[in-house]
Ligand binder design. Structure first.
Ligand code: PBG
Length: 337
């Protein structure tokens, strides 16, 4: 305790007494440039559908998506992450639609990059939107999600998104070796500047429930994900050393940015990964976390609660925050909440 000198009695409240001093001693700050907005897209025209599990969020057809992109870019949000709802008969065991160059995602990417070249476009690399059961990969005859066969398809999907103009492809599937396979495929096709944001520590979380409603995976598959859900590929929420291994491998395989998902219950993992690698680190404030805040009603002040959560992501070490609250947060930052 020698650094406290001879007089040990400290009054830490002095630096909390007034607004000006609280602001001057503040260690972490949230900026609008930290935010990426995940958005749901559907085929068709003039569609803007509410999502009952995600109050305030909608599924947009590409024409309506342009308005969202415009708002994000006006507010200073740095990017959009696209999640498709694939309808009709376009789901099949081998997820053929996932790398159709005329599919919904490549078309959306193309139009967005044309209209808003400065807005970062992030695409999801996984097969769940395209398989009948909602698994992120191809299910074999034993009900197991086949790793290497899935990687082949993921690489085609990533290349298809890169060709459409995606800035970053974001594998969220948790297959082993996917980042290496995707990096090699992109490089071999001269997409050396398309980035990879890897969902490195993605946990088998119940907090993805509203997302699976938003993409239609729930209604399509019912409970056909099976009793074990995605636990044979997504991480066990009990583990954090394993998250370090996952992130190290993804970086080694060529990931530019690593992500932790979900966010709030996993801040220890964000902190560990950032401290260990000191690499660009993203956190995904997932659908269930967002929905919980929204559905608290009058029991908490939503605006202040959401800003607190965002700041806690920064304190834990996140550089980038994916949140459905991005537009709300950007507006709150403007009004100085
Ligand atoms: C699909 C994917 C999921 C999410 C992002 N990409 C769902 C899942 O793994 O089942 C969840 C995002 C959220 O809950 O907001 N691979």
């Amino acid at each position: 305790m020698s650094s406290y000198g001879n007089y040990p009695y400290q009054r830490l409240r002095r630096n909390r007494k007034s607004d000006f001093i609280r602001k001057l001693v503040q260690e972490h700050h949230l900026l609008v440039t930290d935010l990426v907005y995940p958005v749901f897209i559907v085929d068709g025209k003039n569609r803007e559908e509410s999502i009952s599990s995600l109050p305030g969020q909608k599924r947009f057809s590409i024409d309506q998506l342009l308005k969202v992109a415009n708002e994000c870019s006006r507010l200073g949000i740095q990017g959009l992450a696209l999640f498709p709802m694939i309808e009709g008969a376009k789901n099949d065991k081998f997820a053929l639609e996932s790398y159709n160059p005329d599919g919904l995602v490549p078309r959306a990417v193309n139009v967005l990059k044309h209209e808003f070249p400065n807005l970062g476009i992030f695409t999801d690399i996984a097969l769940d939107a395209y398989t009948p059961d909602g698994h992120d990969g191809v299910v074999d005859e034993h009900g197991y999600v086949s790793n290497d066969l899935t990687n082949e398809i993921l690489a085609k999907q990533a290349l298809c998104h890169a060709q459409a103009g995606a800035d970053f492809v974001c594998p969220s599937d948790m297959m082993d070796g996917r980042v290496l396979k995707i990096r090699a495929t992109l490089d071999n096709n001269n997409f050396v500047n398309t980035g990879i944001m890897a969902y490195s520590a993605k946990y088998a979380s119940t907090l993805y429930g509203p997302f699976r409603d938003a993409t239609g995976a729930v209604s399509r598959s019912g409970s056909s994900l099976g009793k074990s859900g995605k636990t044979t590929y997504q991480m066990n929420p009990a583990n954090s050393h394993e998250a370090i291994h996952e992130a190290r491998l993804d970086l080694y395989e060529g990931a530019d940015i690593i992500m932790v998902k979900p966010g709030l219950p996993y801040l220890d993992v964000v902190y560990r990964i950032k401290s260990e690698f000191k690499k660009p680190t993203a956190v995904y404030h997932v659908s269930g976390e967002y929905a919980m805040l929204k559905q608290c009603g009058d029991w908490l002040d939503y605006d202040r609660a959401v800003m607190e959560v965002m700041l806690c992501f920064k304190r834990a070490g996140a550089d980038i925050i994916w949140t459905y609250a991005a537009i709300e947060v950007a507006n709150l930052l403007r009004t100085g909440c």
